[in-house]
Design a protein around this ligand. Structure first.
Ligand SMILES: Cc1ncc(COP(=O)(O)O)c(C=O)c1O
Length: 402
């Protein structure tokens, strides 16, 4: 079969993610991995889920747990989320919440909702590669969003027209971003809102790591800043994507979108067409664990991840040769490294796996234009302190050798 003859043009844009391919190599026991940005499974609230799943399957509740359900999501979970979002400065009701199968599904639906072929999407350089992967299927053109760069709406609009479309939205990973670990300051969030308003474009606020702040003051979500300007979520162009993957359990695939009704209504139509609804049993389990222990559980995660971040930053200071720079995240899972000029992250990974047995993610895949060759992403979420010390020592040695 000549599959190329029957494939849609969009498949040309869909490539295997470097991270997914890499994760396959990491089962080898002697590798120290700073690669996947995933939670430490030792920290999963297993007992709480055992009890929540047993209760969801008890007589009287099992009929709901195992039956088809509504596309919007399990109402008690949406109620918990409406309260949670209100606590973040985003007053809203259950009608403003859609449960998705992870926030990754929300990114796919939002791409499907807004991007036509050759429309422009504004992203940071670098940005979450999974967002690029989700949007690529809808064949956008990317333009670089740097809130501190003084490009006005007219310039973005002209460039988008040249590419054959219009600017549809800006996408930003806002807190402890994947991949840089950096948080977008309040003034820059306000600037993004100003720009999107001038462009008539939407803003997708990806807050996957929002709850994992170790220190410093929380920065209000873009959606909260917009509600402060406009008075109500119904007037807002910002679409907030949240996730339980980094706090409770990624395997249950539960995320959410919080936005104005016209957006939620259309996403519900999309979900009906795509997968009817997210797993009811999983939503019931998440709802119970969140209601009973979200804050306490997340406080425990923060303590463990904070210590690992501190350990990694101290090891980098000790071990890295001159010419290497790195970010100092206030939360999340990532430190972003800029290598000495001319050094390539992908080459370094190949050498590292061969000689030092340390894994990380080369930075290029996070850049929509394929630049960023001299960058790498390290995750501190899964390695214990001894592995961090040893892994960073080996990496420093390899980089110093040039
Ligand atoms: C910034 C960001 N957004 C979204 C996701 C998707 O997460 P999930 O679909 O598990 O909610 C991830 C996962 O790594 C991420 O890093």
């Amino acid at each position: 079969m000549q599959w190329e003859q029957v494939l849609a043009p969009r498949m040309g844009r869909m490539k295997a993610s470097e991270i997914r391919e890499l994760l396959k190599l990491l089962d080898q026991p002697d590798i120290i991995s700073f690669a996947g940005g995933i939670p430490d499974p030792a920290l999963f609230p297993v007992a709480a889920f055992q009890s929540a799943l047993t209760s969801a399957l008890a007589p009287g509740r099992a009929d709901t747990a195992l039956q088809y359900s509504v596309s919007e999501g399990y109402l008690p979970l949406r109620q918990w989320l409406a309260d949670h979002m209100t606590g973040l400065g985003i007053p809203c009701g259950t009608d403003n919440i859609l449960i998705t199968s992870g926030s990754q599904q929300a990114l796919d639906y939002l791409g499907k909702l807004m991007i036509g072929t050759n429309d422009t999407v504004l992203v940071n350089w670098p940005t979450y590669m999974g967002a690029l992967g989700a949007f690529n299927a809808y064949e956008p053109v990317y333009d670089r969003l740097d809130p501190r760069e003084n490009r006005g709406a007219a310039e973005f609009r002209a460039k988008a027209a040249e590419a054959g479309g219009t600017v549809k939205f800006a996408y930003l990973s806002v807190d402890f971003a994947n991949p840089t670990g950096e948080t977008i300051p309040r003034a820059d969030r306000e600037r993004v809102l100003d720009l999107a308003t001038d462009l008539g474009a939407a803003v997708i606020e990806d807050a996957a790591y929002q709850a994992l702040r170790f220190d410093g003051d929380p920065v209000p979500p873009i959606l909260a800043l917009e509600i402060a300007r406009k008075g109500s979520i119904e007037e807002c162009r910002t679409i907030y994507c949240g996730s339980f993957s980094k706090t409770l359990a990624p395997g249950l695939r539960v995320g959410w979108v919080c936005a104005a009704n016209p957006v939620i209504g259309r996403l519900v139509l999309m979900k009906q067409a795509a997968d009817l609804h997210s797993s009811t049993l999983n939503q019931m389990a998440i709802a119970e664990v969140a209601a009973n222990s979200f804050d306490a559980h997340v406080a425990g995660l923060r303590d463990v991840y904070r210590a690992r971040r501190d350990h990694m930053l101290a090891a980098l200071t000790r071990e890295m040769p001159a010419g290497v720079e790195w970010t100092k995240p206030e939360g999340g899972m990532f430190v972003w490294i800029t290598l000495p000029d001319g050094m390539d992250g992908a080459d370094l990974l190949a050498r590292s796996l061969e000689t030092e047995r340390v894994a990380f993610v080369p930075g290029r895949a996070f850049f929509a234009d394929g630049s960023g060759g001299n960058t790498i992403r390290l995750s501190f979420s899964r390695a214990d302190e001894a592995a961090i010390d040893e892994g960073i020592k080996r990496l420093g040695r390899l980089i110093a050798a040039g």
